[in-house]
Design a protein around this ligand. Structure first.
Ligand code: ADP
Ligand code: AMP
Length: 218
């Protein structure tokens, strides 16, 4: 299963991709997670990416494409992968086609999580992550049993720096300006599968599974 997840920040891509990864044993590759980790640990890539991530801008294509090419070349991706947050520009989409073509592969589907702006803002403002295990919560919709504490590992929960309102506004602007055109690109090549992401996590998960079960896997 070679699938990618498209949609605005906060649409619920990561939440769904994590569940699919667990249930179907396919690696979940989130460029946002990889970049945040690189920034946090101060790797050469992290140092280059830091200013873009902090400002809510896209990291230049060549940096992100190299990260993805290296990750997709690892053996665990031979049978499939879930790309979350990549591609995000037309240049990245074409680069992905080229990376996959080199190994005689192509995407099976692009899942597009369609969601309204109000829902996105509500979801992002309540998003909390575990410092230790990365588990994803929402203060209203997916609340931990004890406020600020991870149910799975007891780690502390934090808010992403780029989930603050000023940066969210910029990320939504960037999405509209540079990423939304991918909807047409993947509709034109027949890979786009639209999912109504305004619904509950369980309803979106059911739709995601229905779409994945119907996708012709190469
Ligand atoms: P993305 O990966 O698209 O940026 P996330 O998966 O991190 O989005 O979800 C954003 C926030 O919304 C998180 O706090 C998550 O727990 C919550 N969330 C995700 N899907 C839903 C949903 N269907 N209903 C309510 N909250 C959701
Ligand atoms: P995300 O976790 O997907 O919301 O991404 C967080 C941030 O990481 C984005 O605002 C960008 O700065 C950067 N980023 C993640 N994926 C990409 C990508 N495919 N291209 C460029 N920048 C990215």
């Amino acid at each position: 299963m070679k699938v990618a997840f498209l949609g605005p920040p906060g649409a619920g891509k990561g939440t769904q991709a994590q569940a699919v990864s667990r249930e179907r044993k396919v690696p979940h590759i989130s460029t946002g997670d990889i970049l945040r980790e690189a920034v946090q640990t101060g790797t050469p890539t992290g140092l280059k990416a830091r200013a873009y991530v902090t400002a809510g801008k896209l990291v230049p294509d060549e940096i992100v494409v190299d990260i993805v090419a290296e990750r997709l070349a690892r053996p665990d991706c031979k049978q499939g992968f879930l790309l979350d947050g990549f591609p995000r520009t037309l240049g990245q989409a074409k680069a992905l086609d080229a990376i996959l073509a080199k190994s005689s592969m192509r995407l099976d589907a692009m899942l597009y999580y369609a969601v309204s702006d109000e829902v996105v803002v509500d979801r992002i403002s309540g998003r909390r992550l575990c410092k230790s295990c990365g588990a994803n919560y929402h203060v209203k919709y997916i609340a931990p049993r004890k406020s600020g504490v991870c149910d799975r590992c007891g780690g502390g929960l934090y808010q992403r720096a780029d989930d603050k309102p000023e940066t969210v506004k910029e990320r939504l602007r960037v999405y509209r300006e540079q990423t939304a055109e991918l909807i047409d690109y993947y509709r034109a090549n027949g890979l786009l599968k639209e999912i109504s992401a305004d619904n509950s996590v369980e309803a979106v998960r059911a739709d995601t599974n229905r779409v994945l079960d119907a996708v012709a896997v190469r």
